[in-house]
Design a binder for this molecule. Sequence first.
Ligand code: SDX
Length: 428
Amino acid sequence: MSNDSSKLELAGKDYDLQVMRGTIGPDVVDIRKLYGQSGAFTFDPGFTSTASCESQLTYIDGGKGVLLHRGYSIEELSEHSSFMEVSYLLLNGELPSADELADFSYTISRHTMLHDQLRGFYQGFRRDAHPMAIMCGVVGALSAFYHDSTDISDPEHRKISSHRLIAKMPTIAAMAYKYSIGQPFLYPDNSLSYTGNFLRMTYGVPAEEYVVNPVVERALDRIFILHADHEQNASTSTVRLAGSSGANPFACIAAGIACLWGPAHGGANEAALNMLREIGTPDKIPHYIERAKDKNDPFRLMGFGHRVYKNYDPRASVMQKTVREVLDELNLDDPVFEVALQLEEMALNDDYFKEKKLFPNVDFYSGIILSAVGFPTEMFTALFALARTVGWVAQWNEMISDPGQKIGRPRQLYTGPTARPYVPVEKR
Ligand code: SDX
């Protein structure tokens, strides 16, 4: 990594700040010593201009709509790879050989079962509990069952807990769905693929054999690939911050799940489909576009806009193509897809959206596919969390292994009252 220097003048004094250059992407100004030298903080609510860490996992070029995982484009990975292979790539840095992939998939498949006492944990939830509430609770509770893999200073513990989290998320998500519809849980069937196993646990019943539909399996596996990792997004930053205190990996991933739930983040896929259904027919689209542009109306086009992408989210392009494939191959027709296509068309030709560089993001089309294959909207974000777990885990491992890592502790610009004496209640 090459370095240049830059000068900052503050209150009449000059400060030399190193400029660090990565392999691709924007340079960063190293401000680690700024407060010590100048007594001033930088100010960046929302971290719009802040690099929180160095990473080698995922690169996004928001202006060009580029997304790379360890250098491989999301277009090629979603076309040619599998979620298990992308998981191996994110965790290990290189695409696996056939034997390496087989070993990794075998290892993951041997961690798919949950400690059986956790089945009782589900009974504590109301039947109408949101699956994300269950995911937060159950994943956090894993740290009460797997004490043999919570020592984060032990690389073997980190590896086992990483594999446990990736392997058990489908089981936990499927159980959340089964619990919500009052059907019995199905145990994993390790003769199936990672995604096929999840489909069977979700839609299978003990009363009959479940046959995985290869079209649905491939589409869902591709959706998992599209959601695997995405640089330092809000939930990943949450996982890193939780991990920086030394919290165990299960607790850190539970924190990431909680953050992902928000409608501005992973909750947008559920909100986007609900919005498309509320719009209902193409003739209603102009009204909703005007609402999205109205500063006095809190309504936003869900599935549109992105902090980093100021061009088309490459994942949305793949998702749109996959919608067509799934609807055609399942011989389904969903009028909501037509609404989505026309909404996209109108928004992309509207000056407001063009000026603010608002394009469809990963959440705009995903719900149409998930709905087409039978998932209720409440499960959409749980599926996002299932897929993003490998990214969270890979980023957590990268942070723990970074010799320079320390507890994250941002400062603030204080604008509250200055020191003042306590006033007894009788004198107030
Ligand atoms: C994900 O970070 C990641 O990588 C996240 C993610 C991942 O893989 O981890 O990609 C997943 O979270 C995708 C985003 C899903 N969220 C949504 O689809 C919700 C709708 N989108 C917005 O809430 C918004 O676009 C955000 C939250 C995604 C981004 O917000 P920013 O970067 O803080 O931008 P902003 O809110 O400051 O918006 C800039 C301007 C504002 O107008 P002005 O105040 O400048 O006049 O654009 C407007 C916003 O009002 N705007 C929108 C809009 N999104 C932004 N106006 C209408 N509809 C929208 N969707």
